[in-house]
Write a protein that binds this ligand. Structure first.
Ligand code: ADP
Length: 430
């Protein structure tokens, strides 16, 4: 029914009852009693209404849907409407609180930083990633000006210039951050931060790798081109000189081939599309083959021993051959004539262990941590003289990583070096 009618009909009924009651008493008992009855009835109605108003104002003071008073007449409708409004309000409020909690949780899991600021850059809220990136503290720094908290001249300039459509690359506390301010609503701005330290590092490694690889390839190419130009300019060059040039060109060609092969091996080892397929590795056959290669490389200039006192393992035979052979050939290449090279395979409590000990030129301790970096060499000329690519130990590192094994290096200048590879018991065949 129409709410207006719902209000007016009971009110009109109540007033009609008062009129009828006072009219009847007037008629039977005279005007004084009739008027008195009318006044008493009207007063009673006013007191009832005042009582409801009193209850309503008390309820508005402490609104609690459970304690809403029961009504009478139009008050029933007023109270039930208030009850419905109160219930909807409570539901909206709990939905909003739930939504806010979910929003905060999502924000706290976000790898990117989010800072909400007002139009004059006072901090209102920030997520944990922003706290980490910018050194902020949501509780402590609330209400403080962001430019007082992020004290970087580049950031201040970015704010002053106000070209917010462009992100800013910021170096802050050993981190490379990409920062951007996005205005929203009328009086708020969001500061978004993305940690680009890792991608920047990878990009730098990629640039270094390309620069190093080009540099490594340029030297042999220059040598080959030089000899080709001589051959073209002097067709009747002495046969012996021509032969020596050809020999040098073949050597440089071999060097480029080694380099390209090592680069391809490294790329393959790093590729996730190339998972390790473990197989039974016959250690005796593998190390015997490596020893023979070492003898050939040494050409009788070193004393080489091989001791095998441990079990076979599971792994990639090709990759392990490449890693062990790199370590043994390094021992031969960096050990002067008449030196000793001991190759050992033994069982330890932690698992099988491979080691190569030489009495070679050794290295100072500061070089050891960097040895497995690509193209890192202690002595560049010696590495090149012996056909080194500078990628051997990087390959070793990747092969061992794929096998869960660990490389340890001990070395002393002019005394020698020991490279040990510790496998785990998990590498043993099941
Ligand atoms: P390279 O092809 O130059 O030998 P590696 O990655 O195999 O490249 O080795 C990196 C560097 O580590 C070498 O250039 C050399 O300076 C040093 N090195 C490796 N093995 C030995 C060793 N047994 N004795 C002394 N120095 C070594």
């Amino acid at each position: 029914m129409n709410p207006q009618l719902l209000f007016w009909i009971p009110a009109a009924l109540r007033l009609s009852l008062v009129l009828i009651a006072s009219g009847l008493t007037w008629y039977f008992f005279g005007p004084v009693i009739g008027l008195a009855v009318a006044i008493v009835c009207l007063l009673a109605l006013i007191v009832i209404q005042l009582n409801y108003l009193y209850q309503l104002s008390g309820w508005l003071e402490h609104p609690d849907s459970e304690k809403l008073p029961d009504g009478w007449g139009a008050w029933t409708d007023i109270f039930s409407r208030l009850y419905r409004m109160r219930r909807d309000d409570e539901r909206n409020r709990s939905e909003l609180t739930e939504w806010l909690a979910r929003f905060r949780q999502a924000m706290s899991l976000l790898p990117d930083g989010v800072v909400i600021m007002d139009d004059v850059l006072f901090l209102e809220w920030c997520n944990p990633a922003a706290e980490r990136h910018l050194g902020l503290n949501n509780g402590r720094d609330k209400g403080m000006r962001v430019t007082n908290l992020i004290r970087s001249p580049d950031f201040i300039d970015y704010i002053i210039l106000g070209h917010y459509e462009q992100p800013l690359t910021l170096s802050l506390k050993d981190r490379k951050l990409i920062v951007q301010i996005i205005p929203f609503e009328n009086r708020r701005q969001i500061l978004v931060t993305h940690d680009a330290t890792e991608s920047e590092r990878i990009e730098m490694m990629r640039r270094d790798f390309i620069a190093n690889a080009s540099h490594e390839l340029r030297t042999p190419l220059t040598v080959i081109n030089g000899f080709l130009e001589i051959a073209q300019a002097q067709p009747d060059l002495d046969q012996a000189i021509r032969m020596s040039h050809l020999k040098l060109m073949i050597e440089q060609g071999q060097r480029m081939q080694n380099l390209v092969e090592d680069m391809l091996t490294l790329t393959r080892l790093e590729s996730i599309d190339y998972p390790l397929r473990p197989e039974h590795v016959n250690i005796h056959n593998l190390l015997e083959q490596i020893r023979q290669e070492a003898e050939a490389l040494s050409g009788g200039r070193h004393e080489i021993s091989l001791t095998i006192d441990g079990p076979d393992i599971e792994g990639s035979a090709d990759e392990l051959r490449s890693a062990f052979s790199n370590l043994v050939s390094n021992a031969v290449r960096y050990t002067p004539i008449h030196g000793r090279i001991d190759i050992k395979w033994q069982n330890t409590a932690a698992g099988p262990q491979f080691s190569v000990k030489d009495t070679g030129i050794g290295m100072r301790p500061e070089h050891l941590v960097r040895l497995t970096e690509r193209f890192y060499r202690v002595d560049k000329s010696r590495s090149r003289e012996t056909q080194g690519t500078g990628l051997g130990l990087a390959i070793v590192k990747h092969v061992l990583l794929r096998h869960g094994a660990v490389l340890a290096i001990e070395s002393q200048p002019d005394v020698g070096s020991t490279f040990s590879v510790q496998f785990k018991t998990e590498n043993l065949p099941a």
